[in-house]
Design a protein around this ligand. Structure first.
Ligand SMILES: *Cc1c(COP(=O)(O)O)cnc(C)c1O
Length: 374
């Protein structure tokens, strides 16, 4: 197999950085104690766990006891939806609102609820890939109890007006969840003073390991039953190394967000400008209101898979849309939600950068591309 030398698929996952690995190492080796054990080896783990939790809480702007460590973004999203469903069964308010282009980790639980008697409204995202607050306001009914809208989209990187959307929900006394998996590390996230009740994020999208994530939530319905870990709401022996790694990754991301965006904006501009010169190329999602790390372009008449494999032969890794949906024959639900045609949706490429991306990476990609779509 070809060696990947240019990695431009950071929205799918990111490599673990040295600072994160270093923070984790002691907890993978000598610090193996169970955080619930009474002797010092265990107490050391408990101290590291509490410190990591406090650090994440401080950065995210929520209380320490509202930070739950999960297995990742999917678990956090599923838990937010199913917790809201449980409350709705008690209150009888079984109308939920989300958008047409959420991640499948939100859409699939919503679909299941629809089969079980819930009513789900999917807000449109228009051609620019942004939810309109007025649409949310108009969709709210007396029996609406839960809204889930992502902070930034994983395929096209468009940034949603989350504070405004959450504010509307707060006014109506509706529980608001945001999937901030792509936003974390790319734009500042602060729940303080907002109407955001629940927030999901995932470690591996910001240089922490796979299999660790966070759900910020106040007194969530217990979602993993067993021991008394995590207030008895998410039982199971905590993965201290991964948790410490995630806290370090969040700290580094928060510290360097401005610097990272200042570096990536011009690179994003350059990719968009250069690609726009190619025949038929069409940018997906708003040009301004998008994460600095994301470019998503359609080449009608091309096949994403073919372009990806041709680029791979040159050592370049990009994706067609979300990694999770690849392999399916259906065009991206995100691009169809923008009103893109079947041909446009089938021929999309997502280029996603991280703070490790270099100008040389962009050079290599831009040099290789014209050949690939010829
Ligand atoms: C990656 C991703 C998820 C899933 O996170 P995992 O940790 O891989 O389960 C959920 N939502 C969004 C927006 C994502 O990009």
């Amino acid at each position: 197999m070809t060696e990947t030398t240019v990695y431009l698929d950071n929205a799918a996952t990111t490599p673990i950085t040295d600072n994160v690995l270093e923070a984790m190492m002691p907890w993978l080796k000598e610090g193996y104690g169970n955080a619930s054990s009474l002797y010092s080896l265990g107490r050391k783990s408990a101290i590291a766990l509490n410190k990591a939790r406090a650090q994440c809480a401080e950065i995210l702007g929520c209380e320490s006891r509202n930070v739950y460590f999960t297995s990742g973004g999917t678990e956090s999203d599923n838990t937010a939806v199913s917790g809201a469903a449980h409350a709705a069964l008690l209150s009888g308010k079984k109308h939920f609102i989300t958008s047409a282009f959420e991640h499948h980790a939100v859409l699939e639980p919503m679909k299941r609820l629809a089969r079980e008697g819930f009513e789900i409204t999917y807000l449109p995202v228009y051609e620019n890939g942004i939810v309109r607050p007025a649409d949310l306001e108009a969709a709210i009914r007396p029996d609406t109890s839960f809204v889930s809208l992502m902070a930034a989209n994983n395929e096209i990187g468009t940034i949603q007006p989350v504070a405004e959307l959450a504010g509307i929900c707060r006014e109506h006394g509706i529980l608001f969840h945001t999937d901030a998996v792509q936003a974390a590390g790319n734009i500042p996230l602060d729940m303080r003073g907002t109407g955001i009740d629940m927030l999901s994020l995932s470690g591996h999208k910001l240089h922490a390991p796979k299999g660790i994530g966070i759900l910020c939530a106040k007194d969530p319905y217990p979602f993993m039953l067993g021991g008394s870990q995590q207030n008895g709401r998410r039982a199971g022996t905590e993965n201290i190394a991964a948790i410490v790694g995630l806290a370090e990754a969040l700290r580094a991301a928060a510290e360097h967000t401005a610097e990272k965006n200042a570096k990536l904006r011009p690179m994003q501009e350059r990719i968009i400008t250069e690609i726009s010169k190619l025949p038929g190329a069409k940018l997906n999602g708003d040009r301004e209101q998008r994460l600095a790390c994301n470019v998503n372009i359609s080449f009608p008449g091309q096949e994403s898979e073919t372009m990806i494999l041709k680029l791979d032969l040159k050592g370049i890794a990009v994706s067609g849309g979300s990694a999770c949906a690849s392999g399916s024959l259906e065009p991206s639900h995100v691009l169809t939600a923008l009103g893109r045609s079947y041909a446009e949706a089938k021929g999309s490429l997502r280029i996603s950068m991280s703070d490790l991306t270099t100008e040389q990476d962009i050079d290599a990609f831009l040099t290789a591309l014209p050949d690939v779509i010829k």
